[in-house]
Design a protein around this ligand. Structure first.
Ligand SMILES: O=C(CO)[C@H](O)[C@H](O)COP(=O)(O)O
Ligand SMILES: [Co+2]
Length: 229
């Protein structure tokens, strides 16, 4: 079983003091930094790019940086994020003309590769690329904004993707993470873990609170009650 990962989305952090915010959330027990990249084209919002990723690395962040690309086109920005210190790069299949090629480009750049499924994207999109993936990122909100409510149909979808990942692991011996993104809170994270997620993005639930360590430890305890460590 893959160890649980809590990945705070810095979308909800205070951008005026981003380095301190990331230091604080990692000191609070978070495992990865979830880095939401929006282009005002694929999604109706505009956020941060490779310069900010590089700035976090220069600031001294050593934790994995989990780049969630909500941009179209995808390919031309991949090498820039790899150079900027991204650890994992995930993208939406609707934003790439050649999904398999983009996955190979990410891996050739030295990063782990993930595919992101929107709430209405069928799980079958995984069928011919699962062996290329290090991570599947399921959206439990429509991409573009933090602070939205968890869409309940994501639970059935988690179970469907978990079955595919486990079947692939039995066949190949390779592990693939199953990450959930959107509306994850202390009071729904156990149910989400039970449905099969092992990696949990949470933005407003963590950065909206005064006590990051309290929230991260409550989330980890709730997940551990379902899946262990
Ligand atoms: O990709 C995203 C939005 O497109 C964010 O990662 C996500 O919304 C996290 O924020 P919250 O936990 O507040 O829902
Ligand atoms: Co995200």
């Amino acid at each position: 079983m893959q160890p649980t990962v809590i990945a705070p989305s810095i979308l909800s952090a205070n951008f005026a003091k981003l380095g301190e915010e990331v230091d604080a959330v990692l000191a609070a027990g978070a495992d990865w930094v979830h880095f939401d990249v929006m282009d005002n084209h694929y999604v109706p919002n505009l956020t941060i790019g490779p310069l900010v990723c590089e700035a976090l690395r220069k600031h001294g962040v050593t934790a994995p940086i989990d780049v969630h690309l909500m941009v179209e086109p995808v390919d031309r920005i991949v090498p820039d994020f790899a150079k900027a210190g991204a650890s994992l790069i995930s993208f939406h299949p609707e934003a790439s003309r050649h999904v398999h090629r983009t996955l190979q480009l990410i891996k050739a750049s030295g990063c782990q590769a993930g595919l992101v499924l929107n709430p209405a994207t069928p799980v079958e999109v995984l069928d011919y690329v699962l062996d290329e993936l290090d991570l599947v990122l399921l959206m439990s909100v429509n991409p573009g904004f933090g602070g939205q409510s968890f869409i309940p149909s994501a639970l059935d979808k988690l179970r469907a993707v978990r079955a595919r990942i486990d079947a692939a692991a039995a066949r190949t011996g390779r592990t693939i993470r199953l990450e959930i993104d959107g509306g994850v809170k202390v009071d729904n994270i156990a149910e989400i873990a039970k449905a099969g997620a092992d990696t949990f993005v949470a933005g407003s639930a963590i950065f909206g609170q005064a006590d990051y360590a309290g929230i991260v430890s409550q989330m980890k305890a709730a997940v551990a009650s379902v899946r262990g460590g």
